[in-house]
Design a binder for this molecule. Sequence first.
Ligand code: NAD
Length: 412
Amino acid sequence: MSESPYETTNKFLQDAFDELGLKPETEHLLKTPSREVKVELIIRMDDGSIGNFIGYRVQHDNARGPFKGGLRYNTDVNLNEVQSLASLMSWKTALIDVPYGGAKGGIHCDPRELSDAEMERLTRQFVERIHELVGPTTDIPAPDMNTDGQVMAWFFDAYSDVHGFTPAVVTGKPVDLHGSLGREAATGRGCMYALREVLEYDGRGLEDTEVVIQGFGNVGSWAGRLLHDEGATITAVSDIEGGIYNENGLDTYAVQKHVEETGSVVGYENAESLTNEEIFELDCDVLMPAAIGHVITEDNADDIEADYILEGANGPTSYQADKILDDRGIVQIPDIYANDGGVTVSYFEWTQNIQHFSWDEDKINSELETHMVDAHRTMRKLMDQYDVSMRTAAFIGAIERVRESTAMRGIQ
Ligand code: NAD
């Protein structure tokens, strides 16, 4: 049986622990989630029937600040996946150096089967069940797969009904409802900065770089548009329905318009169609998984024809695949660095909410760029110092920061 998402994350962590030579008790402390919550959610469906769902919130570590992490609505959501994603958040927030810990949550459901009214009832019910465990100084959710500004708006409203006006309880809110300029594009923009930094280090540039993207939702579509702006050629993109390919490059703005009109990239006229399996085998400079986890495994790692993998999605690569790709000299820009733009601008949103003050978009984008550039520098230093991959260096940098904060705060 293939490894679970949480096993994969812990194996990557262990690689870094081995380099650091930590005591087993410290490793145990850093691995173990602080709290795991599972709640039953019962709502009235539009047709009068009773809908029964399970919601999760895993709070992994808060040594450096309040727990922070997205809320995912999907049929894959289960405790193991949420544990893995919560742990990844602790290492992301530490590496990118924002004052948070890590958490994640989700509801096991198929959002495509739910009406907006059902999604709203489900979200409000979830808040009712977990509101005592979250808050602006304890745990701050954000959007993730199949959740967006509207879901965050319902969350904020339901929480504020009980606790009073509290916009800082969630980030990723609509700009007109205490959200931040730049947040919607932030993860894709961070991916663009990450790729630019890595390519520049190797003496290459974004211009004329061929990029293939799996997943054309928030992260993939913004990365696709911003990379296109910087001169990269996006030759293929896909979503859950299938993929499209044009060897001369896709106009990612036109593809996005097509998605807004039809709900999918499929059917876009200036392209050939291909499957989600085929997209991983395309000859390109950069392959960007930006959809779901565990899509690059030992089954397809040998078929990948890219020089770089830019991990927009969380946990897209299995442990065995990571080793195969390393051996093949394919540079992996790891999720705990590449997709940090979202949580970084979430931090700026939270800061603005607390200050009751708004920043302009240029300031947000330039502060994000600074965080991405600095984290790249941190990883490069550790790659040289320990002679390890970018992924292990990213974990080492993050673990060191969390460990130091834990030690300074003390253990009773
Ligand atoms: P989204 O729901 O906006 O988009 C997901 C995209 O993936 C859609 O195009 C969907 O059709 C596609 N998809 C879903 N299942 C698929 C499958 N089986 N095969 C191919 N495509 C599939 O989600 P998002 O916010 O863009 O998140 C995508 C990934 O990025 C997730 O792993 C998420 O955890 C990660 N991420 C998101 C953010 C953020 O700010 N949104 C931040 C960090 C990481």
